[in-house]
Design a binder for this molecule. Structure first.
Ligand code: NAX
Length: 332
């Protein structure tokens, strides 16, 4: 059986631990596709990745052909078809934004260059490690021979959070909901948007108005509860769980790649802008997307009202500021 080579960086971390077993069990590529796993870690993370590899062996997954562990990016990405870039430098106390961007450019620049040199010609990359959008920009810029639309940053977790919140508020099943969109940066400025969403075929705003006592109450709920709840859900998870989202982030990363490869009629991903919706060309910004299996395409032609426009502009302004900061440091 042919096998797909999948590289996971930061494989010894908590998202890595939640990812590897599901990928090996077939959750990403289905029950008919074998996988070869490549785990990239820094030297301090190798033992943890090795421990995960021992457990992978103990699962005796029928689809898992091999597991290789390395701290060398070229070895990890050699022949990779899919790459999940999870390992990143977290913000530590007293760290300025410029320091954070620079530290991550020092990771995602070299990883992009290694992908450029040794990955398979059909490589697709999802960046999970934060600041994910700008890390994707840096990795793509360091990989001039790989088309920019093969890179994306993960906003699927935000999308799924929005989906679950809307389902709960409308007492619907998540499968009844279509047309949710996450716009902008994977940060607290993101805009989770239900303006084009439907619940069992009816406009989401109409259903919300019915349940909450009018259009105004629905608008207030969206601005005061829904948007902040989704945008700050990561912080809520940390305060309740004591550590950041791991299983849900891993699930979202798998869903992102699975739908990119298998196709979807609608989700969200931070993909390369070519100027759609006024987002400056070259930025990796979240949009509503579809895939026919060949990769994500931005859904075009949606009407944006003033509220949506100003929220999207604010989040995109943050992306521009991150890009400019990285440029000023000479890292882009
Ligand atoms: P952990 O600290 O548990 O794991 C990170 C792992 O990456 C560590 O084992 C570390 O040794 C490794 N690492 C660091 N630098 C590396 C490098 N240069 N090459 C290879 N490995 C390297 O963090 P975890 O909870 O797994 O989160 C990973 C990243 O995901 C963080 O940046 C986090 O902010 C980000 N997240 C992104 C989300 C998204 O939706 N885009 C949601 C979840 C999460 O917050």
């Amino acid at each position: 059986m042919d096998a797909t080579t999948i590289t996971v960086t930061g494989a010894g971390g908590q998202i890595g631990y939640a990812l590897l077993f599901r990928i090996a069990s077939g959750a990403l590529l289905g029950p008919d596709r074998s996988v070869r796993l490549r785990l990239l870690e820094i030297p301090q993370g190798l033992r943890s990745a090795e421990g995960a590899a021992l457990e992978l062996q103990d699962c005796a997954f029928p689809l898992l052909q091999s597991v290789d562990i390395t701290d060398d990016a070229r070895t990890a990405f050699d022949g990779a078809n899919l790459a999940l870039l999870v390992g990143a430098r977290p913000r530590t106390a007293g760290m300025e934004r410029a320091d954070l961007l620079a530290a991550n450019a020092g990771i995602f620049g070299p990883q992009g260059a290694a992908l450029n040199e040794v990955a398979a010609s059909d490589i697709r990359v999802v960046v999970v490690g934060n600041p994910a959008n700008t890390n994707a920009l840096i990795a793509a810029a360091s990989a001039p021979d790989i088309p920019g639309d093969r890179f994306a940053a993960l906003t699927r977790l935000d999308h799924d959070r929005a989906l679950a919140q809307l389902a709960q508020a409308t007492d619907a099943s998540v499968t009844d909901i279509r047309g949710i969109a996450i716009w902008g940066n994977h940060s607290a400025t993101q805009f989770p948007d239900v303006d084009h969403a439907t619940v069992a075929g009816r406009p989401a705003r109409e259903v919300l108005a019915e349940r909450l006592g009018g259009a105004e109450a629905a608008a207030t709920w969206l601005d005061d509860e829904f948007v902040p709840r989704v945008a700050k859900r990561g912080a809520e998870i940390i305060s309740v769980r004591g550590s950041s989202s791991a299983a849900s982030a891993a699930n979202a990363a798998i869903s992102h790649l699975r739908d990119s490869v298998a196709g979807t009629d609608g989700t969200s991903a931070a993909v390369l802008s070519r100027g759609e919706y006024g987002v400056p060309e070259g930025l990796y910004s979240s949009f509503p997307v579809t895939s026919d299996g060949s990769g994500y395409r931005i859904v075009e032609g949606l009407d944006l009202d003033d509220r949506a426009r100003s929220r999207i502009d604010a989040s995109v302004a943050e992306l521009v500021a991150e890009r400019d900061a990285v440029r000023e440091l000479g890292l882009l």
